[in-house]
Every structure is written in C-alpha cells, then in structure tokens.
Write a protein that binds this ligand. Structure first.
Ligand code: UVW
Length: 318
C-alpha cells in the first residue's frame, strides 16, 4: 500500500469510525443496526415461502487457485456403505450401519463472511483492538462467533449486472451513485439494518461446469471506497457481493500488490461485515421475475470458535 493510500485509508477511517459507538466491549459492529424490530419487519416480507440459496457448492473444484493458501474444500469419507456391504464396519450387524465424513477447507474458500478480526490497519482492528489479539490460538476478540445469530434481516439486491442497466465491466469502481440509482430503479428504499447484496455480474462470467479459472486474483467490478460514507450513513448492517473481494480490483495480476482499501476502512474502522463469493444469479432471476428486490435473508455464519471468517449458506426467502 502506498503512503498516499495508507494516509487516505487513515483519514476516511477516522471519519467513518464506529469505534466506541456501541461500547468498548462491542464485537458486532454494524450488525448492531439489525434490531429485533427490523428483523420482524424482514420476516413479514415472506409471502410464498420460496427459498433460494446464495452459496456456491463446497467441493475441491472451488474458486481458489492451486497456489492459494486458501484450500478449496477436500471431502473425505470416514465410514461408507461399501464398508457395510463388505461386512467390515465395526459394530455393523445384519446390514445396519452408517456413513460419516469430514472436510478440510479454508474458511474463506467459498461463500463466506469476514469477521471483524480479518483486517488490520496501523496494527489495530475494529473497536481499537491490538492486531496481536489474533494469534496462533485464533482471534481472541472480533471473531466470527458473535455474528452467528445476527445476520438475519432484510436483504436488498442491487442488480448492477442486469441486462439493460449501465454495464459494470471488470475493474469498474461501484460508487454510491450507481448503487442508489440501481436501488431506485428497482423500487427499493434502503433502511438501517438492511443487508446489501451487490450483483456485479462477476460470477455470471463463470457459469456452473465451466470452471473457476480467473475468478480470484483477477480484475473485478466492485465497491469503491467512495461508497463507504453513504453505506455508513444509510446504516447498512452488512454488504456482500458476487465477486471475490467485494471491492473493485483494477488489476489482480499480482495478488501480493493488490491493496484492499475498502476492507481496511469498512472492516477495521466501520465494523462493517463483508461477504464474498455470494452466488446471486438465481436470486437476481427471481427478483426480476417478481419485480421485487427485497426479501428475508438468513445468512448466519457457521460458529467456528476464534475464527476470522466462516462459510455461510445464505438463504433468501420470498
Ligand atoms: C479477498 O480474498 C480479496 O478478500 P477476503 O480476504 O476478504 O476474503
């Protein structure tokens, strides 16, 4: 990160800081905007009960490239029906038996939420905590677990990749104006506590069965740092997108050199939850068909203790 960008992050971070806003012990950040009242209002949006998953499949052919430390899920069987068939399962009698399995994966490999311990700036993390609190034993503060019963509220989809809307090409910065225009076109009035879903069109370029090569570490349209004051002011509880970084990546060719200023300001200073690799294709199709871009969203992360992020199977319910 250049000195200039570092200074810009610090300046904007101080301006948008939510440190102390919900008390010195707070680990929820902007999830505090989802009140029980807002959650009840979101539940009242359910009409037909139709449910759509926004998760990508968890398997070894996931979007993480081979050089990435973030391992795609590896699924291994511990007990199988073939054990039962061949009579080798311990305790198996008369054809009765069971199957068990396990997975090894990076918690950020697929559809996931970042916790507030995922990013640091000037060696601090959200609510003015020392980055060294994230150590070999995991996150001693700002872990993902406090969010596990929180991310349930009104989801609103900004379908920026929709045919007919202003196209957002890879590397295109998505500012507040673009999102506001899009929501207005869709008839959505954003409220405090909303979970904003940004469909940039990035995932649409990697249809199922065609492989994920180039999905990560490549240029992508995404959130511009300029949008953060509006996001803070509107009191969005979380922002998730159909790309690998939420934020705009102008040139992802050199992963080590990719600065993530939105991550720094949003996660460290605002305490904003960011979600990545959300599959918004089926959701967008349904929204277009129903001409309705708001729904109940249940997107609670898995409760991995001391984790700095966690996989999620977000469900939009109409
Ligand atoms: C990227 O991989 C760019 O984002 P995150 O670290 O938030 O998952």
């Amino acid at each position: 990160v250049s000195d200039e960008l570092h200074a810009r992050i610090s300046r904007l971070g101080r301006q948008l800081s939510n440190w102390g806003r919900w008390g010195p012990a707070d680990e929820l950040g902007t999830l505090n905007h989802i009140t029980t009242e807002r959650r009840r209002a979101a539940a009242a949006l359910v009409e037909t009960g139709e449910a759509i998953s926004l998760a990508i499949p968890l398997d070894e052919s996931g979007p993480q490239p081979p050089f990435e430390r973030r391992l795609n899920p590896r699924h291994v069987m511990l007990e199988t029906g073939t054990d039962v068939r061949s009579g080798v399962q311990e305790g198996g009698v008369g054809g009765a038996g069971w199957a068990d399995d396990m997975v090894t994966m990076a918690l950020q490999a697929g559809t996931h939420w970042d916790s507030l311990a995922h990013c640091f700036h000037d060696q601090r993390m959200y609510n003015d905590r020392d980055c060294a609190l994230v150590n070999a034993n995991g996150a001693q503060a700002n872990a993902i677990t406090p969010a596990c019963d929180r991310i349930i509220g009104r989801g609103v989809l900004a379908d920026l990749g929709a045919v007919g809307s202003q196209p957002v090409k890879p590397g295109h910065p998505i500012g507040s104006e673009l999102i506001r225009e899009c929501l207005e076109r869709e008839g959505v009035q954003p409220f405090a506590g909303d979970i904003l879903l940004l469909r940039t069109g990035h995932m649409a370029r990697f249809p199922a069965g065609k492989g994920w090569k180039g999905f990560t570490h490549s240029a992508e349209a995404g959130l511009d740092i300029e949008a953060l004051p509006w996001i803070n002011e509107t009191k969005f509880a979380a922002v998730a997108a159909d790309n690998w970084a939420v934020e705009v990546i102008a040139d992802g060719a050199n992963p080590a050199a990719v600065p993530l200023p939105v991550h720094a300001v949003a996660i460290v200073y605002m305490g904003l939850f960011l979600g990545e690799i959300f599959d918004l294709e089926a959701l967008a199709a349904t929204c277009r068909e129903k001409r309705r871009y708001e729904f109940l969203l249940v997107a609670t992360p898995l409760p991995f203790s001391r984790a700095v992020g966690a996989p999620v199977n977000p469900i939009a319910i109409f």
